[in-house]
Design a protein around this ligand. Structure first.
Ligand code: CMP
Length: 139
């Protein structure tokens, strides 16, 4: 285990519901350091580039509509084993299957409106953090 960075989004559903502060508290209470943070209303092009791996999936258009429906909070989180730890704290992708005490279990609605995103591997964490943050915006 080593100190690692991962990319996190508090998605528009959770921001609109006023839950970003509670989610950030969960993150800090779980021992993460927030290495970068900004609130952004994504454009369609920004969202499409970020989710390019899903461009052939049937839910892609709905995903872009949702991710551009309002502001999101973008973060780089740091901790030992951060990628796994943030995915564990979020819970499963489908909020209906996420246990209480996880971000998606507390604040998500379904598989689309699932409150949060996290990188799934070191390569995606490197791509996703660099996609949204320049070297001057991260500590
Ligand atoms: P996320 O971790 O941001 O990565 C891709 C997103 O696509 C995922 O969270 C879900 O919000 C969304 N997604 C995955 N599968 C489906 C699906 N079957 N229908 C709608 N959205 C989906």
């Amino acid at each position: 285990m080593h100190t690692e960075q991962t990319f996190a989004i508090i998605k528009p559903d959770a921001v609109a519901a006023g839950n970003s502060g509670k989610i950030i508290t969960m993150i800090e209470d779980s021992g993460f350091t927030i290495a970068a943070l900004k609130k952004v209303h994504l454009t369609r092009d920004q969202a499409a580039g970020f989710y390019a791996v899903h461009s052939e999936r049937p839910f892609f258009n709905d995903l872009l509509n949702f991710m551009t429906s309002g502001p999101a909070v973008l973060m780089i989180l740091e901790k030992e084993g951060a990628i796994r730890a943030w995915r564990d704290l979020m819970g499963p992708t489908n909020s209906n299957e996420a246990p209480k005490g996880t971000v998606r279990g507390e604040f998500g609605t379904n598989i689309e409106k699932n409150a949060s995103h996290g990188s799934d591997a070191p390569e995606t964490a490197a791509f996703e953090t660099a996609y949204f943050f320049s070297c001057f915006e991260r500590v």
